[in-house]
Design a protein around this ligand. Structure first.
Ligand SMILES: Cc1ncc(COP(=O)(O)O)c(C=O)c1O
Length: 365
């Protein structure tokens, strides 16, 4: 019998989740606007930056073991609708996704995700040997195909991933669909609801996972400090669920998972309403400016509930990426997120948005 040192499902060829390119990977002597990773171009929460400065003297000591003070701060942020015991904190939203996959999946178990979608929902389960059923989103508005999701559920299924606002589409799942799905999920399946762009959603029938969790449903809301709070470089995220599910997932957490500066910055950021308001207003103004400009240029796009816009240029997506880079703009082709031919563009500052439009005018002639 041939025995291998390596796990076959780890070495099987499959496109990995690489994340967007960093600025240092780009060779350019010109200033570059990075509109490729849905970051906050206004910078980081000033309250978070101050907290980092104020806590530098603590770095010789270990941080809190379980990050409890952040869970307490989150409970306050959610106005006590959730107890500290309902939260899970980790090194980023992707770190939360990894904890969830390790907590709920293994070889022989399954989950359901929908393309276009965030790559880790597909790649991370494969890393533990679990199977992912892709039930694609349907129609121009990218809605859930609920009958097919329910049909794909069996006794091996543990999770259904929903992303709203969706990365890469920027579209959202209306509340009636979440209601319909959650009502029909069996007890052994949890709805994992990735809402890391929720601050930007303006649709009246948008809902986070909060009311479902408060009602005691098997649901988990995933959040991140990388987007609206502008702390992508710090790597902090959290999730909330019922105290039972949260306590179970926390079993996967190692002690001292969050460092002192991350803990203090995240707590301060939660108090930075001014910065969130400024950020959301900037994004909304960016949409109001960019949509008509895209219309004039004949660039196909999807109206967004997030801080980025999915576009479909009339040329190869990688050629478009390269040509935009020559104009000083980094954008992100998202074929590997299940949107072939499409390119995702972050909404920036007024200056960055104007540079984007100037670049598009040269590239889309
Ligand atoms: C839908 C979605 N979920 C989670 C994340 C994770 O963000 P982070 O790991 O930076 O917290 C991202 C980041 O791009 C995202 O788009």
């Amino acid at each position: 019998m041939q025995v291998s040192l390596f796990k076959s499902y780890l070495t099987a060829p499959s496109s990995p989740y690489k994340g967007g390119k960093s600025r240092s990977e780009i060779q350019s002597d010109k200033p570059i606007y990075k509109l490729s990773s849905n970051e906050n171009l206004l910078g980081a929460s000033p309250l978070a930056l101050q907290a980092i400065q104020d806590n530098l003297h603590l770095l010789n000591e270990y941080p809190e073991r379980t990050g409890e003070s952040l869970r307490v701060a989150l409970s306050e942020f959610y106005q006590q609708q959730l107890l500290p015991a309902s939260f899970i904190t980790a090194n980023s939203g992707v770190g939360i996704i990894e904890l969830l996959v390790n907590a709920f999946l293994e070889e022989g178990l399954e989950c359901i995700a929908s393309n276009p979608g965030f790559k880790p929902y597909f790649r991370f389960p494969e890393k533990v040997g679990a199977k992912v059923h892709d039930i694609p989103l349907v129609g121009d508005n990218y809605l859930l195909d609920i009958p097919s999701i329910l049909n794909a559920i069996n006794e091996r299924t543990r999770m259904v991933w929903v992303c709203s606002p969706n990365n890469p589409a920027g579209t959202y799942i209306p509340k009636y669909q979440i209601d319909e799905l959650i009502e029909q999920l069996p007890e052994h399946v949890v709805l994992v609801y990735d809402e890391v762009y929720y601050q930007f959603a303006t649709a009246e029938d948008y809902s986070t996972a909060l009311p479902y969790v408060v009602a005691g449903k098997n649901a988990i809301g995933i959040n991140s400090f990388s987007k609206a709070y502008g702390l992508a470089g710090l790597r902090v995220g959290y999730a909330y669920s019922t105290p039972e599910i949260a306590a179970y997932v926390r079993l996967m957490r190692r002690p001292f998972l969050l460092n002192t500066l991350s803990l203090e910055a995240a707590k301060a950021a939660l108090k930075d309403n001014d910065f969130i308001q400024k950020t959301v207003a900037n994004t909304n103004a960016g949409k109001a400016y960019l949509y008509p400009e895209f219309d004039k240029l004949g660039l196909q796009y999807w109206k967004s509930q997030a801080n980025f816009i999915l576009t479909k240029p009339d040329m190869d997506a990688h050629e478009f990426e390269a040509k935009m880079l020559e104009q000083g703009i980094m954008v992100r082709p998202v074929a590997n997120f299940g949107a072939p031919g499409c390119v995702r563009i972050t909404i920036g500052t007024p200056e960055a948005n104007a540079a984007l439009v100037a670049g598009l005018k040269k590239v889309l002639v």
